[in-house]
Design a protein around this ligand. Structure first.
Ligand code: DGL
Length: 276
């Protein structure tokens, strides 16, 4: 006599699977869009919420305590919106606040320093230059992260704060940016670095200019690309739902719409002004 086996219940085709919780991506301004772009490429179906604290940019010249306070406020706002993971797409905020965020939040939090440091160690022949904001350089976060993996690597950190303004201004490919890059990068080239870490998420916006100045003998580590790879590894494969991309700013939304639209080469829909 045939036995009846209970088949496991199948999801009804009429009930669509609920979309995954969005990934929150946070920066002081437009710089984190470099990370946003890479994550959107790696996970094209995953909902993303980008928050740029345009009212308080730049973070790089402020104290670690101030940056930590701003970052906790931004994280709280994104948590209220239901994110399932937070990507701190700002090196300055990562250097100042990552441990506080990781101990106070129950969702996974990914910063940009560790993935950048790992990529630098994999690429270098022994001499790494790091350009970053004053706050990140002062924290020595990159030197620590690189030396945790390999203490024999020589790390030279140098602040390049004007790159942030040039990126925010949309001046990445001007002769002004070229001259500023020459001033910032010459001491690192004189120090014979073989690898350059773009230790601020605004800097990949100036990548063409930076590459032009450093030539092809120095390898570039872009923390946006390496962070997106870490997010992909943590999330796994992309779901099939529609990818809603929401953009939040704390000031000057039309300015953000223009600069972000030029950088991402698309119209910026779903843009909201928020107060943290
Ligand atoms: N994009 C940020 C970083 O990676 C901060 C730049 C700033 O606000 O000074 O450090």
């Amino acid at each position: 006599m045939p036995t009846r086996t209970r088949s496991s219940p199948r999801p009804s085709p009429l009930v669509p699977a609920s979309p995954p919780a969005p990934i929150g991506i946070f920066d002081s301004g437009v710089g984190g869009l470099t990370v946003f772009r890479e994550i959107a490429r790696a996970l094209p179906h995953h909902p993303l919420i980008y928050l740029g604290d345009s009212a308080r940019v730049p973070y790089g010249t402020k104290s670690a305590d101030t940056v930590t306070g701003f970052t906790l406020q931004a994280a709280a706002h994104l948590i209220e919106r239901g994110i399932g993971m937070l990507v701190v797409a700002c090196n300055t905020a990562t250097a100042a606040a990552l441990p506080s965020l990781q101990s106070s939040l129950t969702i996974p939090v990914i910063g940009v320093v560790e993935p950048g440091a790992r990529a630098a160690v994999e690429q270098t022949r022994g001499r790494v230059g790091v350009i970053a904001t004053e706050g990140t350089v002062r924290s020595k976060a990159y030197t620590r992260a690189i030396h945790n993996i390999d203490p024999n690597i020589e790390v030279i950190e140098s602040a390049a704060p004007l790159f942030v303004s040039l990126a925010e201004e949309g001046w990445a490919n001007t002769h002004v940016a070229r001259e500023v890059a020459e001033i910032y990068l010459e001491p690192l080239l004189d120090a014979n670095i073989d690898t350059l870490v773009l230790g601020c998420t605004h800097y990949p916006i100036l990548r063409d200019t930076i590459e032009h100045v450093i030539g092809d003998k120095v390898m570039i580590v872009d923390s946006a690309e390496t962070t997106a790879a870490s997010v992909l590894a943590a999330i796994g494969t992309s779901s099939n739902g529609a990818a809603k991309h929401t953009f939040l700013v704390t000031d000057a939304e039309e300015r953000f719409r223009r600069i972000a639209g030029e950088f991402l080469e698309r119209a910026i829909e779903h843009l909201e002004l928020v107060t943290l």
